[in-house]
Design a protein around this ligand. Structure first.
Ligand code: EPZ
Length: 416
């Protein structure tokens, strides 16, 4: 299992480019299932999760070709609407094939995604919405069996804001008979990017980005070309890495447009941030001020940035309270940060972080994607060496992370 060895001391400086958004690319790859004509994508990040989704689609009969960050998906010979447990257990986002398969093939057999490190993460809202559209769904031996001769438009209000739930239902509704209204819809930018791609394929969607999305079903979708939006969580992660080291970095091929809540908190912590059309520059003070936060659906502070902000609070001046409202177990990084000398107390869904003068390097273990990122951020300033184990979690969501960190001056090495 690969490990990452970090040596502290460097103030991150210089410039890197941000990759395409993992959480936009994953549903957009599934959108290819909706049309018999090819979907041509650019700015697709090269990540483990993308490779897994590629394999899953390939098993269904989708021809996928890639060249660097470009990808072409041809679902004209879609012949096996099944997502096996083997595939789904490694990547929960595989649930995103359910809506498109049902809409295009009239049937689907998709393994229930197991839980994961950060929580139970059920998919009851996905199922409820598809049943409202007329699908006949049973769950047997850990598989979702779904059938529908043709889905019908429906008015659906999800019990809570669900990103992939909104995406699954929006994709299914594109080929349904009549209008579907999704209320309490997720407003995340990745939902909007998916909607933009679907519209370029001929779908009729209005309201994406707001909490009510309307979709007029059409008989079929055609091929299209789409550039995946930049990854706002990768962007936020490198901003935090620069901030904790008192650094000065410029991130290219990205946008500040989707990061207001994160940028506000970094400015509260004492950072100077300047934004250009497709770049962000951060200049950090020698020591950050502690900033409290509360995660919530977009446009509020993203849960995917909570662990990274916990890391910068570990050595900031003052006390911060981080409240996690989306997932029930998204504090797996706390114990690992404490191994580095952090002073953190958990009280229910609150973590109270008291900034210390310095952290000490140690061996720590990555538990989930964003927790791994928080260990890297802390490892950049923990005195001496920090060895991070199980970094396959990182490779799921961060393209060439050690290369990009090294390009900013970090002393980092992957040990195979
Ligand atoms: C998406 O997960 C992201 N993944 C997650 O990013 C992100 O943390 C999350 O949204 C919240 O922003 C992708 O987009 C591939 P949810 P998703 O459905 O859609 C509950 C990362 O690090 N819920 O919005 O699975 C659920 O348990 C990943 O890149 C139900 O109860 O999250 C959670 O408490 C981690 N029933 C809350 O809603 C359902 O049917 C929000 O989950 C669906 C969700």
């Amino acid at each position: 299992m690969d490990k990452l060895l970090l040596k502290s001391g460097a103030r991150l400086k210089g410039e890197i480019d941000i990759s395409g958004a993992k959480n936009a690319a994953l549903p957009i790859l599934c959108a290819a299932l909706l049309s018999p004509e090819p979907l041509h994508l650019t700015n697709v990040p090269r990540l483990r999760d993308i490779a897994t989704m590629q394999r899953l689609l390939g098993e269904m009969g989708v021809a996928v070709t890639t060249e660097g960050a470009a990808m072409a998906l041809d679902a004209s010979d879609l012949n096996n609407p099944v997502a096996s447990y083997e595939m789904v257990k490694t990547m929960r986002a595989a649930i995103l094939v359910l809506g498109p398969l049902l809409a295009r093939c009239g049937e689907a057999r998709v393994s229930l995604p197991g839980g994961c490190a950060i929580g139970a993460r059920p998919v009851d809202q996905h199922i409820k919405g598809l049943q409202a559209m007329g699908a006949d769904i049973t769950v047997e031996q850990g598989y979702i069996h779904a059938k529908a001769s043709r889905l019908k438009g429906a008015r659906i209000c999800t019990d809570m804001v669900t990103v992939t739930g909104t995406e699954n239902l929006m994709m299914a509704a594109c080929l349904a008979d009549g209008e579907t209204i999704i209320e309490n819809a997720a407003r995340e930018p990745e939902v909007v990017d998916l909607a933009n791609c679907l519209v370029s394929m001929g779908a009729r969607i209005s309201g994406a980005g707001a909490d009510v999305i309307r979709i007029q079903g059409v008989p079929r979708l055609h091929g299209a070309r789409h550039a995946v939006m930049p990854d706002r969580i990768e962007t936020g992660t490198y901003l935090c890495a620069a901030a904790i080291t008192g650094g000065d970095v410029r991130l290219g091929k990205t946008s500040a447009a989707y990061l207001d809540a994160v940028i506000d908190k970094l400015m509260d912590a004492g950072c100077d941030i300047t934004t250009e059309r497709d770049a962000i520059r951060l200049q950090a003070p020698p020591r950050l001020k502690a900033v409290s936060l509360r995660t919530a659906p977009y446009p509020a502070f993203p849960t995917d940035m909570q662990a990274q902000f916990m890391a910068i609070n570990c050595v900031a001046e003052g006390v911060a309270t981080l409240r996690e409202t989306i997932f029930e177990n998204r504090f797996m990084h706390v114990n690992e940060l404490m191994r580095l000398g952090a002073n953190i107390q958990i009280e229910g869904s609150n973590a109270i972080v008291r900034g210390v003068e310095r952290l000490e390097g140690a061996t720590v273990m990555a538990t989930d994607l964003r927790a791994s990122a928080s260990l890297i951020i802390a490892g950049l300033v923990a005195q001496g060496e920090t060895l991070i184990d199980r970094i396959y979690h990182l490779d799921r969501g961060y393209e060439r992370i050690e290369e990009k960190l090294a390009q900013l001056g970090a002393e980092v090495r992957r040990i195979r």
